[in-house]
Design a protein around this ligand. Structure first.
Ligand SMILES: O=c1ccn([C@H]2C[C@H](O)[C@@H](CO)O2)c(=O)[nH]1
Ligand SMILES: [Zn+2]
Length: 115
C-alpha cells in the first residue's frame, strides 16, 4: 500500500489551489486544477484548458498526467484535485479516471474544496 504523509497531502492541495489561476475556462467558467506527485517526488500541476470545440477541452487531471508522462514520469503516488467550489469537491470524469488507472491502480486521489 502506498503511503503519504499529512504534510504531503496539505502541500499538494495548496499547490493545486495555487494553479487554479491558470485555468482557461471561458466556456464553463468552472476552474479546476490539480497537483500530481510522482514516485520520485516531482510534482506536476495541471488545469483545465477549454476549447470552442468543447469536447476538445482537456481536464486539469489529464493536463498534469500528460505533462508528467511527456517529461518521462510513469509512476505516480498521488493527485490532489480542486476547483473554486467552497463547499464541495470536484470528482474526476471517466476519461480522467481511465488516464489515472492506466499508470497504476494504487494512486491516491485527494479531492479538496476551495479554501
Ligand atoms: O475533475 C474535473 C471535472 C471537470 N473539469 C473541467 C472540464 C471542463 O473544463 C470544466 C467543466 O466540466 O471542468 C476538470 O478539469 N476536472
Ligand atoms: Zn476529466
Amino acid at each position: 500500500m502506498m503511503m503519504i504523509t499529512k504534510e504531503e497531502i496539505l502541500n499538494l492541495i495548496q499547490i493545486a489551489r495555487n494553479s487554479l489561476v491558470y485555468s482557461y475556462c471561458p466556456y464553463s467558467h468552472f476552474p479546476v486544477a490539480c497537483a500530481l506527485l510522482c514516485h520520485d517526488d516531482t510534482i506536476y500541476t495541471g488545469c483545465n484548458v477549454e476549447n470552442a470545440a468543447y469536447f476538445g477541452s482537456i481536464c486539469a487531471e489529464r493536463t498534469a498526467i500528460v505533462k508528467a508522462v511527456s517529461s518521462g514520469h510513469r509512476k505516480f503516488r498521488a493527485i490532489a484535485i480542486t476547483s473554486n467550489l467552497m463547499n464541495d469537491i470536484c470528482a474526476p470524469c471517466g476519461n480522467c479516471r481511465q488516464f489515472m488507472v492506466e499508470f497504476g491502480k494504487d494512486l491516491i486521489v485527494i479531492l479538496a474544496n476551495h479554501k
